[in-house]
Design a protein around this ligand. Structure first.
Ligand code: ADP
Length: 526
């Protein structure tokens, strides 16, 4: 738990610091991208201002070039033919408008024109100021593009007046010719089509550039993206004093500036997650490995003490009976025979145990060699059962045997099969003597032979059924366990039988005891 918590905290701290650093880097990238984008927009705004300036200068130049006596006529002509000219005027001073003459019948356009600029022509506003229908923005008006030197209106002075009427920008250009001030009102639609040419054609995918008027409406647009009507610009800058309150605005498909910063954010978040998971998994695996090693070490210690115990018991018995017989203190012949057979069976037990330990070592180091030969399984089973008959009887178990009448030929390692069977019978005697029943049955099932060893003991609780085949595993692992054992028998037997192409499985016996089945492939008799 402590190691786990330490691991989690340290992995969390490292991932947290990495996340903070990456977030900082991301902010830096985002602001750099924003600045770069803003710079590009300002350049675009300058180009648009320049385009307006070119149109305005051209008109002023032409106005100045008109011969004085032809001014009225030329202007009228312009009004009809020049697409950039919406209205023309000649003005001599406040209330003294020569063209269009307010005393003559006026067209609707002319009436509108006079209404729009009534305050200007009436002298209520100075020409040198930017006028916007009474809402003059004086700070901007200071930058008015004109060449009127204050207090000294030169005969050749000229200028442009940006003029807001009903929220729409209009423009009036003028030239002072003697006492007359003649000029034109610009046709904004024509100006816009000039500006459209200054809009970029090569915008990247998912972007659009637009010019917004004072009301925020898109009046010019370019780029592959078509932002919806209510789309909001991600960035906008003023076009310049030439077009007051107009803005150049950038739209992007994802509503973000600096897609690379966004990608960086996604990638870095992924990176932090991967880092955290890797750290956590690697640490977790190390912890698990350490835990497994600890368990292994513990199992080995238990194994050593279990084996020692198991060796000690038969040795003590053998020694006791040998002493008795050697000292000649046993007179009774029957007793002598019984003691001798006990000594024999205890030494067999020792041999089995030592064999198990040796085989375990060989199998662990992949050094186990099998002696394959053809033999009749009936002989091996009968022989093994015979060697244990006395022990089975002494344990108070009734033995039932079933053998087929046909030969049960297999090609296998006779000693290994015998050792596995011995382990099973020994286990039944050790753990299931209370059931008083032992069945050893050899049968054929298709091409295979099965040796079943079933008892009527307590059986194996379901939670342990898989684990009993693991090395060193014992259901009751304590030193004080009623039956001694090393936890090697079943694992070893299964491993050997699997190597020989067979298997060893457990199933609960119907009576509640344990039933182990050895399966071996049979040999086809032709
Ligand atoms: P060992 O007998 O040396 O402990 P084994 O690998 O032979 O090791 O057996 C593993 C465990 O399986 C035993 O400790 C025992 O708890 C259980 N077991 C084996 N055979 C039987 C059986 N016939 N009845 C009940 N439990 C058994």
């Amino acid at each position: 738990m402590l190691y786990g918590a330490l691991l989690l905290v340290s992995a969390g701290i490292i991932a947290g610091v990495a996340a903070r650093l990456l977030a900082h880097e991301r902010t830096r990238l985002e602001s750099a991208a924003l600045q770069a984008e803003e710079g590009r927009l300002r350049n675009r705004a300058e180009e648009l201002s320049l385009a307006v300036g070119v149109v305005q200068n051209e008109i002023l130049r032409e106005l100045r070039a008109i011969p004085y006596e032809e001014i009225d006529e030329t202007l009228r002509n312009w009004e009809r033919t020049n697409p950039l000219v919406r209205n023309v005027f000649v003005w001599r001073g406040p209330g003294d408008l020569l063209l269009p003459d307010p005393l003559l019948p006026l067209t609707r356009e002319e009436e509108g024109f006079l209404t729009r600029y009534k305050t200007l022509f009436g002298g209520m506003h100075g020409w040198e100021e930017r006028l916007d229908g009474g809402q003059a923005d004086r700070s901007v008006s200071q930058q008015l593009f004109h060449n009127v030197s204050k207090g000294n209106v030169l005969a050749e002075s000229s200028g442009w007046v940006p003029w807001y009427w009903e929220n729409t920008l209009c423009m009036l250009g003028w030239v002072q010719r003697g006492e007359r001030r003649c000029g034109v009102e610009l046709e904004m639609a024509a100006l816009l089509s000039e500006l459209q040419r200054a809009m970029p054609l090569d915008l990247p995918e998912g972007r659009a550039l637009a010019v917004l008027d004072a009301g925020g409406h898109r009046i010019l647009q370019s780029g592959p993206l078509d932002p919806g009507d209510d789309a909001r610009a991600v960035l906008s800058v003023p076009v310049g004093f030439m077009l007051p309150h107009w803005e150049v605005a950038l739209y992007t498909a994802d509503g973000r500036v600096g897609a690379s910063a966004h990608q960086y954010a996604v990638a870095s978040t992924l990176l932090v997650v991967v880092l955290f998971v890797c750290l956590f998994c690697a640490g977790g695996m190390l912890l698990l490995e350490a835990q497994r090693n600890r368990r292994d070490a513990l199992q080995k210690t238990t194994f050593v003490s279990n084996v020692s115990h198991e060796l000690k018991t038969p040795l003590t018995t053998i020694r006791m009976y040998t002493d008795l017989l050697r000292q000649g203190r046993v007179e009774d012949e029957e007793k002598k025979v019984r003691y001798l057979s006990t000594i024999a069976s205890e030494s067999e037990r020792l041999t089995r145990l030592v064999n198990n330990v040796l085989d375990f070592g060989r199998l662990e180091q992949n050094r186990k060699k099998y002696q394959i030969g053809r033999f009749d399984l009936r002989d091996v089973v009968a022989e093994t059962v015979q060697s244990q008959r006395l022990r089975i009887g002494e344990a108070g178990m009734a033995l039932t045997e079933h053998f087929p009448s046909e030969p049960a030929l297999v090609e296998s390692d006779r000693d290994a099969v015998q050792q596995a069977l011995l382990n099973l019978i020994d286990n039944a005697i050790k753990y299931a003597a209370s059931g008083n029943q032992l069945l050893v049955e050899l049968s054929r099932s298709g091409r295979e032979f099965q040796i079943r060893v079933c008892d009527a003991g307590a059986g194996i609780p379901s939670a342990h059924r898989r684990k009993i085949f693991e090395r060193f595993y014992r259901v009751d692992d304590s030193i004080t366990a009623r039956s001694q054992g090393s936890g090697l028998g079943l694992g070893l037997s299964r491993r050997m039988l699997t190597d020989l192409g067979g298997s060893l499985t457990y199933s609960p016996a119907p009576s509640g005891g344990a039933c182990f089945t050895i399966t071996l492939p049979g040999v086809e008799v032709v």
